[in-house]
Design a protein around this ligand. Structure first.
Ligand SMILES: Cc1cc2nc3c(=O)[nH]c(=O)nc-3n(C[C@H](O)[C@H](O)[C@H](O)COP(=O)(O)O)c2cc1C
Length: 317
């Protein structure tokens, strides 16, 4: 049975019937997650939708603190918020409401009715088209209007997207990316975790199939002339912590959907934020006090195939 059928067993939420509620969850689970681990579960109650981080779907080697898992959950939360607005419901979100239960990452309630703005509708339409890019980018510069739209998307979700354009900083970032990549590749536990989640022939409904273009993008090329080809964008929030990680994920998805709507592709440079001392050097290189959460390449490139999704996992309310 498909996702809709499974969710119908549990009825609707927030005044929507079971089918409409299932449709929201299917959209939310189109969000990106580390190795397509889809590390989320939902609980449907008549007056709320709870979003939980699924402890069984953590990636303990790449993500020992669960930070990237919460970022993935934040991306699903942003998509759920957008889908609710699309359904005419103003979402009221409580983030990480219970310190004793940190896996309960968000509770979403109904806050009246709303009409999606043209911008929200554009982002909602982009949800099924968004993909992580794992192929070469074209050498076409990203226009200034798109750059501003990307930065504004992060800012409106309480985050910052810093575009790295200084040649010297790009060279140093490239050196750091290669160092982090090499250190991770040398770690047998890391290699085993990547192998467990990637390169499947397409029979699983999670993980990154071989057809999606391989597990890890090549590290940043040094010495790129500013203005040509993809941009490097560093997403940050004020500090680390469960709520902030979630907000970073919400901002990430808004940035990625904005990129899709602008006709841009995006890929991740996660080794830069997964190796702790490299992450700290990236923070210092960019002159900030804020720890970087996600490093993206944003540019022009042909869209690859979609990755699979599990039917949304729903617990009875
Ligand atoms: C926190 C986070 C880190 C990620 N890191 C990488 C990465 O290092 N390399 C990569 O190719 N994809 C990375 N991804 C993208 C996921 O692999 C991708 O979202 C997932 O496979 C689902 O595919 P989709 O984004 O095309 O829907 C990351 C995603 C998230 C949310």
């Amino acid at each position: 049975m498909d996702a809709t059928g499974r969710t119908e067993r549990f009825g609707g939420a927030l005044g929507l019937d079971a089918r409409a509620t299932a449709g929201l969850l299917v959209l939310a689970t189109r969000a990106p997650s580390l190795h397509n681990s889809q590390p989320w579960r939902f609980r449907l109650c008549p007056d709320r939708i709870e979003l939980r981080a699924d402890a069984c779907r953590r990636l303990p080697v790449a993500d020992p603190t669960g930070r990237e898992q919460r970022i993935g959950c934040g991306a699903a939360l942003y998509t759920l918020r957008l889908a609710l607005v699309g359904a005419g419901i103003r979402p009221i979100v409580t983030r990480v409401p219970d310190a004793r239960d940190p896996d309960l990452v968000a509770v979403v309630r109904r806050g009246g009715t709303v009409r999606a703005s043209a911008e929200q509708q554009r982002l909602l339409d982009a949800v099924p088209r968004r993909r992580t890019h794992r192929r070469p980018f074209r050498e076409t510069p990203v226009p200034g209007t798109a750059r501003s739209a990307l930065c504004r998307a992060a800012f409106e979700e309480g985050a910052w997207l810093q575009l790295v354009t200084e040649p010297a900083e790009l060279v140093q970032l490239g050196t750091l990316a290669r160092e982090a990549h090499t250190r991770q590749a040398r770690d047998p536990a890391f290699a085993a975790e990547v192998a467990a989640w990637t390169g499947d022939a397409g029979v699983r409904d999670d993980g990154v199939p071989a057809s999606a273009g391989g597990p890890r993008p090549a590290p940043v090329r040094p010495g790129r002339a500013p203005g040509n080809g993809p941009l490097i964008g560093v997403l940050s929030v004020h500090v680390d912590g469960p709520r902030e990680d979630l907000r970073a994920g919400e901002a990430l998805q808004r940035v990625l959907l904005t990129a899709t709507a602008e006709g841009l592709a995006a890929s991740f440079l996660s080794p830069l934020v997964e190796v702790p001392d490299v992450r700290d050097r990236v923070r210092r290189l960019l002159g900030g006090t804020r720890p970087p959460q996600v490093v993206l390449r944003l540019g022009h490139g042909a869209a690859g195939p979609a990755t699979p999704r599990r039917a949304p996992v729903v617990e009875p309310g």
